[in-house]
Structure formats: C-alpha cells, structure tokens
Design a protein around this ligand. Structure first.
Ligand SMILES: [Zn+2]
Length: 474
C-alpha cells in the first residue's frame, strides 16, 4: 500500500520507508563490502596467480635446466662408458699384441684381423724354425685340421681352403736400445746379409743373434768377443758415456769426492755395447724369478737409499732400466780389458769373485771414482793412463730386496731377513735378501766407508751393457 501524501510528510509511510530502506541500505552496504572484499580477494588472487605463474615459469625453467643437465650428464656417462670400453679394448689389444718384454726363445707369430700378433703353438713354432734353418722357402702347417702355407719370402701364411692371407713375423724379444729390429735379425738368420758385412758395424752385433740362435749356447760361449759387442761409433753416445764417467765421480749429495780418483778428468778412449742375447735372456729370467720370489714371500722391496747419483739415473732412462726389482745402472771396474771381454761373452761370474769386505760376490759402485780403483792392475795407487788404460763396465743390476750392512760381511750369499708370509697361517720365516749394500759412513775396515757399494751373489743378476776404456787426466 502506498501513501498518497507528499513524500516524507506521512509519518506512517516514513516509518514504512525507513523500515524498508534501512535494511536495504544495510544489505547494500554489506554487498558493497562483500564486493570490495571480493575485489580485494580477486586482486590478491591475481597477485597470487601472478606469483604462481612466475613460480611455474621458474620451475619450468629449472626443470628445463635439469633436463638439459641430465641429458648432458647422460651424454657424459655414455661417452665415459664408451671411452672405458675403448680403453679396455686398447689394453687388451696391447696385452695381446705386445709380446712379453723378454722371451726365452724366438717365437713365430701371425697377425689376426684386429692387427694383434698371436704366437703359434710351440709345435708349429718348432716346425717353422726347423724349416727356416733348413733353408726352405715355404712350409705347410696343419693347425686344427686346416692347412696353411707359410711363405718365408713374402712373410705370409695362407689358408689353403679360403686363401685368406695373414702377415707373419719372427719375434726375437730384442731390447729396444740395441737398435736392431726383428727384420734385421731374421735377415741375418736367413743368411741374406751374412757375407760382405764382416767389416760393417751392424754385422758384428747381428752376429750375436745368429751365433746365439743358430748354433746354441755352447757355440756362443766359444764365439769371439766381437760377436757379442758393437763398437760404439755414434759421437753422441760416446760423448754421453764420457760425461757419465765424469759426472758420476760425485758423492750422493753432488759434492766432489776426495778419494784418489775423485778429482780425475775421465777421457773415454773407446766404448763397446754388449749385445749378447744369451746373457740378456738369462738376466730376464733372473728378474722374472725374482718377481716370483717376492710374490711368494710377500716382499715389496723399498727404493734404494740413498738413491744412486742423478747422472746414472738419467743415463739409465735411455736404456729403459726400470724393472720393478730395484734395477739400477752401476759401474764395475776390471783390472784387464780381457776380463771385461770375458764378462761380455760369459757374464759376471761369482765363482772367481774376490772375498772383499762385504762378502764373496760381484762388486758394483755408483761412483766412477770407486770403480776406477779396480779398473787397472794398479788402480788403487795410480790413475789410468795411456800406458795403462782403465776398463770399466756399465751394467744393469737387479738389486731386488737389498740388505744394508752395518759392518764387515764374510759370506758368499746374501744375508737373510724376516719375510712376511702371504698365508696368515704360515709362521714368519727367514728369506734370503737379494743383494748387499754398504752405505757411506759405515765402519767395516780401518776407515769409514766412503762410497756406496753394491754386492750381488748370483752371476745372472747383472747384465753388462757397456765396456768403457778410459784414461784419467788431472
Ligand atoms: Zn770417490
């Protein structure tokens, strides 16, 4: 019902209006508030959304980064794996293709598809050696019921059924520093260069191989000195050897030695490199046995102390003196050139060794001035001169596990020491050392030891590398 009176003049309708309007106003206010609140919430939601969006963006970027990183890592793992596989394959290849550093006899080998050299069986090896020595040009080998024709001229083997050809070689196990290849040695063995080279430098050393291989040890032992040596002609080598003599007459602390030969200027007259395959193999066998012995007794030899002089160590690098048996280059003086010749042919012989201060063995020194005492008949009293030149050997010596003596020693074999058994149940036991070392400063004779001396007790424990003939100048 509406009031016809002027708006606002009717108290009734005013009342009614108020009664309707006020709640309406209130509700309007409420809704405005709500709207505001909603707007605020919306605004705040917008902010949240924006924040979330940014967060999402950030996470997406992070995820992208991680994904790329993962991919990168996977790639690296893959590469690493591939590298490992390749490395392993390479090691296996090297193990197969690189024959042992030393062989006891020359070995026939063929090249497989991977390029590795594989040794024939010992029966085939014997057949091949036999045919070669009989001067045959070809031979038929039967391996696993398959026939192979071997041609010594082409150095090929051919499968008779498939006609597949492979290269072959005769591996001698010659030391690198002899500068002689398997091909050189084989040529010699075939007799291709036997004649017309008697005067040449190369033929002399190759003669070693020929004599040793084709005529056997007995013959080799009787062969003349020149079969086993090569006179050093190379001026670089000669100069290096002379400087080795001079720079090794120093103490371990590099100071000048005050012994009678300590102030000498050593002049090299001539030098010979010993290339005796028989002795070389004998020495390599000794080194292998030394390794076996050390494994058996759980011995890990410590480095030689004090170390041998720098000049010897540096020179040794060129000769690959690095076997894990404390292999060192050392000097050995001989009263006569003839004795050195005998050593080049037959090796060091402990049976004729003198009884010295440190036992009945072969004595070596790391200082030229010490070995010079034994390099002539009157070495202790006089310096080597043109009238009486000195002779000194440079030898590689497998010192193994040495015993450091504190005084005089009278035995003809090395002292013993406690070993550490590999098997726990085994009691500790004694084992022979491999060599004896007298360090400077110890008192065994009238005077304190001035030089470092090394004594070996097995003839095959050292290999003579060079024979040097020299004079000393003041
Ligand atoms: Zn000295």
């Amino acid at each position: 019902m509406t009031c016809r009176k002027r708006k606002g003049s009717c108290s009734k309708s005013r009342q009614l209006w108020r009664g309707n309007v006020i709640p309406y106003q209130n509700s309007l206010l409420n809704s405005k508030r709500k709207k505001r609140q909603l707007q605020q919430r919306l605004e705040s939601n917008d902010v949240d959304t924006q924040r979330l969006r940014e967060e999402l963006k950030r996470r997406e970027a992070e995820s992208l980064r991680l994904r790329s990183e993962t991919k990168h890592l996977e790639q690296r793992i893959h590469e690493e794996k591939a590298a490992r596989v390749a490395e392993k394959a390479e090691l296996v290849r090297q193990l197969r293709s690189q024959p042992p550093a030393s062989v006891d006899e020359e070995t026939w080998q063929y090249q497989n598809d991977e390029g590795d050299w594989v040794s024939y069986s010992s029966r085939s090896n014997d057949e091949l050696m036999g045919a070669l020595k009989e001067g045959k040009k070809t031979i038929i080998l039967t391996i696993d019921q398959k026939g192979y024709e071997v041609d010594f001229t082409l150095m090929k083997q051919m499968n008779q059924r498939t006609e597949k050809r492979r290269s072959i070689r005769l591996f001698f196990g010659l030391p690198n520093h002899w500068g002689m290849t398997d091909e050189d040695a084989l040529k010699l063995l075939k007799g291709e260069v036997q004649d017309a080279q008697e005067a040449s430098d190369a033929s002399v050393s190759m003669g070693t191989v020929l004599t040793t291989i084709s005529e056997g040890t007995r013959m080799a032992m009787r062969a003349p000195f020149k079969k086993f040596v090569r006179k050093v002609q190379d001026l670089n080598w000669l100069s290096e050897l002379e400087s080795l003599l001079n720079s090794s007459a120093l103490r371990h602390d590099q100071s000048r030695c005050h012994c009678p030969h300590g102030d000498s200027k050593y002049r090299l007259l001539e030098a010979y490199q010993v290339r005796n395959l028989y002795l070389w193999r004998r020495y390599q066998r000794f080194v292998r046995n030394l390794g076996d012995k050390q494994n058996q007794h759980g011995i890990v030899p410590e480095e030689i102390q004090p170390p041998v002089c720098e000049a010897l160590t540096n020179f040794a690098e060129g000769l690959q003196v690095d076997l894990p048996c404390n292999e060192r280059l050392l000097f050995h003086g001989t009263m006569k050139f003839g004795y050195a010749k005998a050593i080049a042919v037959e090796g060091f012989d402990n049976r004729i060794a003198r009884q010295g201060l440190y036992g009945k063995g072969t004595y070596f020194a790391s200082q030229t001035c010490k070995s010079a005492q034994y390099a002539t008949k009157r070495g202790r009293a006089e310096k080597a001169s043109h009238r009486m030149p000195g002779t000194m050997l440079v030898a590689r010596v497998a010192l193994g596990d040495p015993y450091y003596t504190e005084g005089k020693y009278n035995e003809s074999r090395p002292p013993t020491k406690n070993s550490h058994p590999v098997d726990d149940s085994d009691d500790e036991r004694t084992v022979l050392c491999d060599s004896l070392i007298a360090r400077p400063g110890i008192q065994a004779g009238q005077h304190p030891q001035a030089h470092m001396e090394f004594v070996t007790f097995a003839p095959e424990q050292a290999y003579p590398e060079f024979i040097l003939r020299f004079v000393e100048e003041d």
